[in-house]
Every structure is written in C-alpha cells, then in structure tokens.
Design a protein around this ligand. Sequence first.
Ligand code: GAL
Length: 655
Amino acid sequence: MKLGVCYYPEHWPESGWEDDARRMVEVGIQVVRIAEFAWSRIEPSPGVFTWDWLDRAMATLHAAGLQVVMCTPTATPPKWLVDADPGMLAVDAHGQARGFGSRRHYCFSSLSYRAQSARITTALGERYGQHPAVVAWQTDNEYGCHDTVVSYSAAARQGFRVWLQQRYGDIAALNAAWGTVFWSQEYRNFGEVDAPVGTVTEVTPAQRLDYQRFASDQVVAFNRIQTDILRQYSPGRDVVHNFMGFFTEFDHHALCADLDVATWDSYPLGFTQNFFLTPEEKRHYARIGHPDINSFHHDLYRGMCQGRWWVMEQQPGPVNWAQWNPAPLDGMVRLWTWQAFAHGAEVVSYFRWRQAPFAQEQMHAGLNRPDRTLDQGGVEATQVAQELLQLQTQAHVPTAYPQAKVALVFDFTSIWMAKIQPQGADFNAVELCFRAYSMLRQMGLDVDIVSSHANLDGYSLVVLPAHMREDAALAARLAASTAQIVLGPRSGSKNVSLAFPECAEAMPPGAFAALAGVKVQRVASLPPGLEDALHWTDGGHSNLTRWREDLLCTTAAPVAVFADNKPAVTQNGRTWYAAGWLDAPGWRRVLGMAAQAAGLPVVDLPTDVRTQRCGDWQFVMNFSAAEVQFVPAGAVQCLLGAPVVAPQAVSIWKV
Ligand code: GAL
C-alpha cells in the first residue's frame, strides 16, 4: 500500500524541482509518474534528443528516494511529426482528420506512427531502462480517451480488409456471417469491403461489430509493440497502462495479457456527473461520488492482471472536464484512497502534484495549489500516509487479497453488441452491470468482476447481468460448477456475428437455455414512463422499466410474474433469469434468493455505507452525511477509526 503522484517537471522551473521532491517525501509519496506528455521536450526536432533536463529530473527524484514510473509519450505526437506525416492522424466518422492542438490525435492503425512509437519507446528504454529509480513503465496514456479507438483513416480501412481476410478466409464466409444478402449488400472480394460509416441508415450490425473488434485489436497490437521493447530494455520492471472509468471501446482483458499491472484513473465526481446516473443520484452524490463507481472499477481492474492493480490517477479536488465540477467534501480524498486499498490496490497515485496555472487543465486541482501551498487533497494524502505508517508498524498489513464468493462476469463483446443494437435508447449494458454490482455491494457482498474466460472455481454465486454474447463454453463451465447463477435480460441472445443464436432453435437465451429453462419468445423496449409491475410469488411488488421479455418456461418456474401473469423472473434449479430491466428492489429480491441458496450471509448495509474485506482487515466506509455505528461481524480489534464512523470516514477492523 503505497502513495504516488503524477508530476510534470517540464511544466515548472528547474529551480523548484528539489523542493518538490522534498515535499513529496514529506507528504508520504513514494512513487512518481512522469513524462507521458513530454515528447516535444525530449525530441524537439526529428532525431534531436534533449535528455539533459529529464536526466536531471530523474536524478532529483532518485536523490530524494522516490521511485519513478516512466511513461512513453506516444499520446502526444509533436507538431513536427504530424506535419511530416499527416497520414498518421485518426479520422472521425465525418471524414475529418483529428487536428493537432490537444492530444490522442494519432490513428492506431497507422503503420508509420507505429514505427515512430517504437522509435521513441526504444530511445526511452535505452536511456532509462536500467535507471535505479525506475520501478515501472506506463505505455502511452489512457488508450481511447476522447473517443479515439475507432478511426476511419485510409490506414484503418486498409487494415480492416486485411483483418477480415484473416478472420474469414473467403468472402462467402463473410457474406454469410454478416447476412449481406439482406438489402443486396453482397461482396465479391475483400477489396470491396469498407469501414461501416457514412451509410444512409443503419449499417450492417455484424460489420460494425467486426470493425469494433478490429479497432480493439489495433489498440492491443499498438500496445504490444511498446511492451515488447520495454521488456527488452528494462527487464524486471512492471509494465502498466492506465485505463479509464466506464470505458469499453477495446477489450481490456486482451490488452492486459501483455501487462504486469492494470492501473486505472479514478475521478468519482467527474464520472458521477458525466455518466448514466439519475438526476437525483447526480445531486445526491455530487460531492461524494457514487460509492460504487470507484469500487466497480477497482474490482474490474483487479480481475485483469492476476490481481495486480493500481490507481494511477486519483481525483484530488475539482476536475475541469465534467459537465459540472463540484469540489469533493472534506474527507473524500482520504476515503477514496482507503477505498482503493480496501479493494487491494498496490499503489494509489494522485493526479497531479500541483495544479497547472496555464493551458487546458488550469481549472483542475492538484495536491498543491499553483502557488505551491498544499491544497485539501494534499492535506488528506498526508493524513493517509501517516495512517499507513502507523498501521504498518502496529499491525500486519494484508499482502494477499482474498477471492470473493461472488463473481460478476463482464464481457466487452457483449457491451459492444448492446451498444450497436440497443433496441431501446436506454438499454445500456454497462449500466446494467453496474446496477447489479451496486446491489450486491449494498447487500454487504464482496465481488470479483471477471472475464468470461475466468476460472469459476470457488465462487458460490456467479452473476451475468449483460452477457449478450452466445457463449457455449461459459455455459458449459457454469453447468459444471456448483454456483448459483443469475442471468440478466438478453443473455445469450446474439451469436458471434450479432445474429440470433445458433443453438436452442435460434431463440434466446441460446447456449444458456438449458441452464435457465426458458425460451424468450418476444422482447419489447419500454419508453420512459412505460412501466410494468412485478408480483413476487412470495409477496410484494417491484417495478420494471426499459426492457421486457415474454418467456416460455420450458423447465423453469416463475418467482415473479408481470401484471398479465407472464413470467418475469424465473428459477430453474441453480439458475435465475430476469426477463427485463429490474429496479433496485427487484435486483435485491433475485440476488437475495440466489445469495441465500448459495449460503452467503447478506447484510443490508445502512444507506451509503460499504464494507470490504482485504486479507484479515475489514473496512467500513461511510459515504453518507450522518455518522454510522457499525461493527462488522467477526471484528476483534479496531485498527483505524472507531465503531461510530463519521461521515466521509473509514474504520478498519481486524477480523
Ligand atoms: C485523465 C488523463 C490526465 C488528465 C486527467 C484530468 O483522463 O489521463 O492526463 O487529463 O484526466 O482529470
């Protein structure tokens, strides 16, 4: 459990660097990430390298005892490079090349840019690969940020044809998979196929899905060039990348196969404003952040690199990029930091050391204000560092993060499928996963978010809120397990080419049909205001919005029915199926039944309180506005805090 910070020596006069390093140590920072946007200072003209300043910055940090995460600067190709090779720019859906003047303007498919990326990565690897301060490398910065995964450049279009040729072998296979007989779209050869853009109305869904797969593969390939080089020049150091929140445009599980540690950038207040929460939730959580946004990503990214993960950028105060940018309540920066450690983070690194008084992010807080005084975030980081020190001397800090009893399956292809063919404007598969996850957390359950390939041994409850992709392999592993299973609406409803499933007589839930004991006969999306009532067979009601399916029970029995008496939630042995978009009480009912059958103890936590087990430490985190008396079951000693947890505070118990 270490603290880190993002630092930009190139933004500040060199005369202040030593003082910065000294004060970082004073705060309790151990890890410093640098150089991810510094290309124009490292190589101001083609082939002219100015390493001296970076050498001195590294020496200053090293002399202070700080460890460095060195980054490749490829998110910001400099002006001279763009001018020399405008073909490396990404192109948007309107055919417009992405302009110079911000960042992430390159196209992942540009072979010439890949060569430039390899060249600068090699130069950095040669220079700093063996530097004693370097503990890790970060590739690039936030792949895909600002909607940059999909590009329609000439390089991308050409790359897509090659990719299709490799995937399908012959054009007849592509025509069959995409269903191009529909609307006379048949192709005679791969050279005729283009990117799915600019069509009069909806483009072939299978073509869009393949373009997303292709674009995802381009990101993975781009990253792999860098990881291969860094491993050669800097063996033994961790290679990491910093992912984002609620961002699903490429397959993170695939990319993580080339990394040692998954890191992500945690901006709970920005995400609360910018994502799918209701207006009431946005208001209620404006200065706290929804308590489950952070943990959802902690649990997701913990599942990517054999449990190794960090927060690379932690929000330290107001940000600049959300629709509205409120200030966190005092205590939140500390609580977010402890929350990350509770979920097993190795490092929590704040963005950034000092607020920049110029350029795009001048309204974005840092740990320090522009005048070099410590801001509230810096005060709270200092407090966490002191608490960590105290805990490390008085108690054995957990080193192993235990496997949870509950797994939630998160599948990038399914997310893309739902986005390409939502059928109702608000059918958001990421939100569906989040809502199910959030309910599990409110029930006091710890959750591992896993890929569809994960080993399911040891889980007593497996939840698949949005596994739209037909997945016979996963269905077989679930059938062979002893876990209780909860399937959300549209499960298994599309085959690999985004058409109806291939098995179970071509009706959803396809490969999951035998487990669920149902067949979906009709689906309907519900506009806002159109609701259906659910009557639970053991009493009580809940509501259904957005989505409804009509089920035929082959072997399942309903545990809830709609107003018209048709099955709404069913049980078939170990498997529950939800035939629509449940509200929170609905999720509570079905997850509660499955948890009970799984023998999992459920605690309905006080509002906005969350618990989390890490090793033999049990965390109690209070995101609410009121103090809460809460002592976890099995608690033997209070290591931090007290039985009464103040608002925005945490207690840690040994159990
Ligand atoms: C991240 C990015 C940083 C900085 C930060 C501001 O998305 O990686 O470079 O822009 O947001 O919150």
